[in-house]
Design a protein around this ligand. Structure first.
Ligand SMILES: NC(=O)c1ccc[n+]([C@@H]2O[C@H](COP(=O)([O-])OP(=O)(O)OC[C@H]3O[C@@H](n4cnc5c(N)ncnc54)[C@H](O)[C@@H]3O)[C@@H](O)[C@H]2O)c1
Ligand SMILES: [Zn+2]
Length: 403
């Protein structure tokens, strides 16, 4: 198994630490040995563990039993595509026949992340005799995770939910933190609730079947996590970008663990986004505007955030909050996960859309400003003019180098 490589390597690196004071060179660790497979998330509702471990899907039943909440029936919400690819491994550890988990399908795609789907699945749960002691397993990308999490939050006023995320984005982001919900015609994620999972079981080997573009787009959120909170991880990503792009399981596993640890720290400090959690929106003010301006059709979320981060980095560099060198390193790393698709929009339209960003508190404009690699802050004094300059500069780059 590839993970063994990273652990062995880490141990190996340790064993090479100088034994005598004469040997002064301490080897630079490629991997941070404090990174472990189980990452705890602390919330008002209690603590849960995100377990990031390759090949754990085939032992799912054992891991679910460990939660102590799998005594009743188990229901799985997934998409037909993910189920077709992975059902054998998913079911490998469960009993067959009547005691096997019951599978409910949500069609793939953001357009099904709607209340109508929640109602349909809730009816199916009733018909299949799901009760309050039933356990819901969300097995899919962020769409499945958000919708099934929300279904669990409101079905019979709440049943436990386990997240088994299958996209990179879901593994590092949407499965952690308890935000669940659906879209309205008028906007994304406008109906929802906080419902923390009882545990998150993340198997990076699931990413083997993920389309390459989905993987690259997801990794952008790892770059975001590194920029806002972990400089050594940023350097690690620079060194391991090629292995990540290739889908090397050991590298992906490491990056997922570090990214989850960053998100877990922030969520644990601020479950409901009053302060620190806002930092996770780095690149999202302009990124969301780009998604909206292109009707969510042209770019994957991570790609829009990549462009949004580039704009944020330029804005920060323009006010000398960030050095030119750091700005260039960030842009360079983002482009290593390209090509980023082009899009067309006017600067004024994008600016107008950032004003509509629901994360803006009344009239002050919150903006997440990267101040160095590994640190971002929330500021409220970014002017419309500064935004316009950064957006125009971004649009120029899109014209010049977008794929
Ligand atoms: N709750 C949160 O905190 C949070 C955070 C970020 C994003 N989100 C939400 O996440 C959603 C996006 O999630 P996503 O990017 O995972 O998209 P997604 O769920 O639509 O999945 C992307 C595509 O990959 C396919 N897929 C999933 N796993 C696969 C696998 N292992 N192999 C092959 N194909 C696979 C899916 O069928 C789908 O076509 C958005 O709705 C967004 O709002 C939520
Ligand atoms: Zn995002």
């Amino acid at each position: 198994m590839r993970l063994a490589r990273s652990e062995t390597e880490a141990r190996h690196a340790k064993s090479k630490l100088p034994r005598s004071p004469r040997k002064k060179t301490i080897p630079r660790l490629r991997y941070d040995t404090s990174i472990v497979s189980n990452i705890s998330v602390h919330t008002a509702g209690g603590t849960y563990v995100v377990r990031v471990e390759p090949d754990q899907l085939q032992n799912l039943s054992r891991h679910l039993r460990k939660t102590g909440l799998a005594k009743g029936k188990i229901f799985v919400v997934t998409t037909p595509e993910v189920w077709a690819l992975w059902h054998k491994r998913f079911l490998a550890s469960f009993p067959k026949g009547d005691d096997a988990p019951r599978v409910l399908f949500l069609p793939s795609g953001e357009r099904y992340k709607r209340l109508a789907s929640v109602e349909k699945l809730a009816d199916e749960l009733v018909q299949a005799s799901a009760r309050r002691d039933s356990l819901l397993v969300a097995f899919g990308g962020g769409v499945v995770g958000d919708l099934a999490g929300f279904l669990a939050a409101i079905y019979m006023r709440g049943i436990p939910c386990v997240q088994v995320p299958t996209t990179y984005l879901a593994q590092i982001d949407s499965s952690v933190g308890g935000k669940t919900g659906v879209n309205l015609r008028t906007g994304k994620n406008l109906i929802g609730s906080f419902h923390q999972p009882v545990t998150v079981l993340t198997d990076p080997t699931l990413l083997a079947t993920l389309p390459e573009r989905e993987l690259r787009a997801g990794i952008i959120e790892s770059i975001k996590a590194a920029v806002l909170g972990d400089a050594p991880f940023f350097t690690w990503l620079e060194k391991n970008a090629d292995a990540m792009r290739r889908g090397d399981v050991a590298s992906l596993t490491y990056a997922i663990r570090v990214s989850v640890r960053i998100k877990a720290r922030i969520v644990s400090a601020d479950e409901r986004e009053s302060g620190q959690r806002m930092l996770l929106n780095l690149g999202h003010t302009i990124g969301h505007a780009i998604e909206a301006a292109t009707q969510y059709r042209v770019l994957r979320h991570g790609e829009a955030i990549a462009w949004g981060m580039i704009a944020a980095v330029r804005l920060a560099a323009a006010r000398s909050a960030l050095t030119q060198r750091d700005a260039e390193r960030i842009e360079r790393l983002i482009h290593r996960f390209g090509p980023l698709p082009r899009f067309s929009a006017t600067a004024q339209h994008l600016l107008d859309l950032t004003d509509a960003d629901k994360k803006n508190r009344s009239r002050t404009r919150n903006f997440i400003l990267p101040v160095k690699i590994g640190k971002a802050i929330v500021v409220t004094n970014v002017t419309a003019e500064e935004m316009l300059v950064a957006i125009r500069s971004l649009l120029q780059t899109v014209r010049e180098m977008g794929a």
